[in-house]
Design a protein around this ligand. Sequence first.
Ligand SMILES: *Cc1c(COP(=O)(O)O)cnc(C)c1O
Ligand code: SF4
Length: 347
Amino acid sequence: MSSWQKQLEKSIIHPRDIPVRFIDGAGALARITDAYPMRVNPYFLSLIKKKGDPIWKQVIPDEQEFRDTICMTDPLNEENLSPVPNLVHKYPDRALFLVSSECAVYCRFCTRKRKVGTDRMKVSRETVREGLNYLRKTTEIRDVLLSGGDPLLLTDEYLQWILEALRRIKTIEIIRIHTRVPCALPMRVTTRLVRMLKKFHPLYINIHFNHPDEITAEAAKACGRLADNGFPLGGQTVLLRGVNNSAATMKQLMHRLLQIRVRPYYLFQADMTRGTNHFRTSIEEGLAIMKTLIGHTSGLAVPAYTVDAPGGGGKIPLTPDYVKRLDSELIFENYCGVTCSYGNVVY
Ligand SMILES: *Cc1c(COP(=O)(O)O)cnc(C)c1O
Ligand code: SF4
């Protein structure tokens, strides 16, 4: 058994096994993990410094998950936007293909909390074949995002089977893998995996990171191995209350991502997912954080702050309003009424 499989085998999946220094009592939490699964692998557990810290909050179940009465089970309306099970076709030329139901850890704020890691998510060779058939006949799709769950939890052989089938579809130009593995289970990024993936370029890899403490030597090694083999790496971060909703934390995260060759791509407003309301911030808070990045640090360190509209409306970029008055062509001639990134209005 490889080291990443051992990590999964030794994961904590029941609240009674959470180390006592991290928890007041496991009793009530078992009810929560019956509904929303827990998995904390030993590597990710080792990143927790103390109870309630930003790593702890992401993976240790909380009774607040059951107190959420305002959010929705399927906030992005994915089930209704799936022409076949596990394939979301929302934008004309792109498709989100869910090929795995498992993850390296189960994030308490997951958008697909309704099904990821449970038997409510039915992913099989059969559903993958159905998805492939849809992609074959829907020729306007040129960009396929593999997600789940986490595609890198599949075995090398199974993932290779999917990638080979995708590459036989000539209308698909690029493939992306959306994963948390380099962050939450970096030992999964083996030389064997990378050698297999390399055959399927152009292959983009978007990696989910939420906190500077996740950028360890192991994560750096995994990302370095991917970057060395030509995979363009993008960063995806969810704005989470109590985890990363401070300007200093966010800036540090973005800087550390660039140091490990991950280019920040999206900063997501937390979706309105049932059981995750306690993680949500206001959009004003997100915009204020963006204002501390734009112009104040490398443009490369600035992700696109985006809200995925509830109900399936799609991604909407959110930008601080630097342009105060749009009433004049002169804006572009004289910079009239434009706020520069340091907050000064230029007349
Ligand atoms: C986010 C997303 C995509 C990809 O969007 P990009 O803005 O191109 O990264 C595609 N399909 C679905 C359903 C998505 O949620
Ligand atoms: S890794 Fe992604 S899909 Fe898996 S639980 Fe976390 S947010 Fe959800």
